[in-house]
Design a protein around this ligand. Structure first.
Ligand SMILES: NC(=O)c1ccc[n+]([C@@H]2O[C@H](COP(=O)([O-])OP(=O)(O)OC[C@H]3O[C@@H](n4cnc5c(N)ncnc54)[C@H](OP(=O)(O)O)[C@@H]3O)[C@@H](O)[C@H]2O)c1
Length: 435
């Protein structure tokens, strides 16, 4: 091979970052590979020539399928995003003998099985480092650096939008709606932020992390997913008073085959390393049986950080091609045929400690009534804070519980919510004390 030739599908935020790296570092890439890495074509519906980046008219096409089909293309880099036509184009690329690099977590979470099977069948690679953690190299770390250990738990701050909003609430005292607007102004949240703030993006990423960590296949629908849109500043402040910070965590645990996988706001001890991960940064904290705990931290999104992860996949695949090696049989850390379908523990069976908030009338017997219902459901209380006595007619009662089964907690909260002296539905937030 005299060069390795790339087809880029999508020259938006990340795609343009890839082109910048190709241009800035072309001499270094050639030294690393021994041959030049060349951009052979860019498919994009709205791209205009960018002379400063070497994207001239002749390089641009609207016909992605024709670009993929060209005989001079070695690697197809899919950065359109979304499900279609990305899925069809990736399958076409593999069928045409091209390796693929993608950053598309939503697509891989929903159709990864089909895509990785097609890659194995064609003895081709699918690189997807940029799909989780942006510039944080967590895919390779789980697949290669940690391959010798049995992973027991993964805790990820994997959505920069949510983490930025939570930081603005925690450190700047903003209410959720104001923090979201600020994140939108700062370019950290989309105009329609639903996929991020309701936790779906984190769930897509958790699917991939679970496969790499535990060797099982999950679909997003199997993951209990709650976002941050119902969090209040009051709960963030009470959490702080109790010594906790609230983060949107993507959590997975493997208890000898019993898999937990959930995304939800979580209270973690304020002294924990993950609690200090602020703004748009991402971090993935992993507990391995032999290694113990390790954490991987960095820029979770953005043009150049994400482009570095895409580039790392391109270089790895190019090296393989140049060495005459083929295949991505172990892209997920296991032969695809060895991956199992996971049965995820129902939330009713999950055992956690809980933060509870009741907005109750300030009258005698309230605490006793609540505590007795909790007790009857097997839930014991660690601490209680009652706010504003004698000033308001309704006062928040804050409790922290010992470990309890979620089914029992929900039953107790339903009963408490029916008490006349409790004004609004009780609020609960799960606590991860020993992560
Ligand atoms: N941005 C990040 O920080 C980040 C981080 C990690 C992973 N990712 C992933 O990287 C991928 C790309 O994200 P991005 O932020 O670069 O997206 P983007 O800025 O929207 O770029 C996508 C580009 O592809 C074009 N495109 C999309 N569908 C097309 C189609 N069917 N035909 C022709 N052109 C099409 C878009 O054109 P239009 O503008 O006309 O739509 C746009 O120019 C996504 O899978 C995303 O989840 C992004």
């Amino acid at each position: 091979m005299k060069s390795v030739r790339l087809a880029l599908l999508g020259c938006g935020t990340v795609g343009e970052g890839v082109v910048r790296l190709l241009r800035q570092n072309s001499a270094m890439f050639e030294r690393k590979l021994g041959v030049p890495l060349e951009l052979a074509g860019v498919a994009d519906r709205s791209l205009k020539p960018i002379p400063a980046l070497g994207i001239d008219k002749g390089l641009i096409t609207r016909d992605a399928a024709a670009l993929i089909g060209r005989g001079d293309i070695d690697i197809v880099v899919e950065l359109f995003g979304g499900y279609e036509p990305a899925r069809t184009l990736i399958l076409q690329a593999l069928a045409a003998g091209k390796d693929v690099v993608t950053a598309n977590k939503a697509l891989l979470a929903a159709h990864g099985g089909e895509i990785f099977r097609a890659a194995v069948k064609a003895s081709l690679a699918v690189g997807f480092e940029a799909s989780v953690g942006g510039g944080v190299p967590i895919i390779r770390t789980l697949r290669e650096a940690l391959a010798g250990d049995r992973q027991r738990a993964v805790y990820g701050i994997v959505n920069g939008t949510c983490n930025s909003i939570l930081s603005m609430m925690t450190d700047g005292g903003a209410e959720f709606a104001d923090a979201l607007k600020q994140a939108q102004r700062d370019g950290l949240a989309e105009a329609d932020p639903t996929v991020d703030i309701e936790g779906h993006d984190a769930a897509h990423k958790l699917c991939l992390l679970v496969t790499l960590a535990f060797g099982v296949l999950l679909e997003p629908a199997q993951i209990h997913t709650e976002g941050i849109s119902r969090l209040t500043l009051a709960d963030i402040d009470y959490a702080r008073e109790l010594g906790y910070t609230i983060k949107l965590l993507a959590i997975a645990k493997d208890d000898d085959g019993a898999i937990e996988a959930r995304v939800h706001p979580t209270m973690i001890p304020a002294r924990h390393l993950l609690a200090g991960v602020a703004g748009a940064f991402n971090a993935i904290y992993i507990h391995g049986e032999a290694l113990g705990s390790s954490m991987y931290f960095g820029q979770g999104a953005g043009q150049m950080p994400t482009a570095t992860a895409v580039m790392a996949d391109i270089l790895e695949i190019a090296r393989h091609r140049l060495a005459g090696a083929r295949g991505g049989a172990h892209a997920l850390g296991y032969p695809v045929a060895h991956l199992k379908r996971a049965r995820v523990k129902p939330m009713d069976d999950v055992i956690c400690e809980y933060y509870l908030r009741f907005d109750a009338r300030d009258q005698p017997g309230v605490l006793g009534a609540i505590a007795s219902i909790l007790g009857r459901n097997g839930i014991s209380i660690v601490s209680v804070i009652q706010k504003g006595r004698g000033v308001e007619t309704t006062v928040p009662v804050i409790m922290r519980t010992h470990e309890a089964r979620e089914k029992n907690l929900k039953r107790a909260l339903a009963t408490i919510g029916r008490l006349k002296m409790v004004e609004r539905p009780p609020v609960f937030i799960r606590i991860e004390e020993r992560l």
